[in-house]
Design a protein around this ligand. Sequence first.
Ligand code: 4NP
Length: 157
Amino acid sequence: MTSKPAVLFVCLGNICRSPLAEAAFRAEAARLGLDVTADSAGTGDYHVGHPPDRRAQAVAARAGIDISQYRARQVTQEDFTRFTHVVALDSDNLRNLRRIRPADASAELCLLLDFVPGREGQPVADPYYGDDAGFDVTWADATEGAAGLARHIAGET
Ligand code: 4NP
């Protein structure tokens, strides 16, 4: 039996990159009519329970998407069996996910930009310590990656 695709996006704090990837992917999946679930989490616990960074909320709002109700959480070992795809935003987080991945993990573990032809292996840069313009780059990367991932999942189902 093939399980319904369930995608978890993972960055460090779960307040900038992964909420934007989740929002972009939800929008693209809805556009394509894909039956999927999506969530996001952080490898760190610094911002657990917090809403997305105001700059992330603003860039999503400019695209017509309200992410103000999202709340940060930390990734768990159960996530590797609850989700079919665990998608890291950069290679530091991918490395940490590989380290905590349990032996019975069933999820495919990869980088978001692996789904963008020519950008395989590239990180989505951390915009947290930068300026507002960095969040435009994050949103562009998130939407490009989300579109590629949605195409990948559409091809699997
Ligand atoms: P994110 O960005 O991993 O894209 O959510 C960050 C958020 C917070 C911190 C680092 C990155 N921090 O160090 O608090």
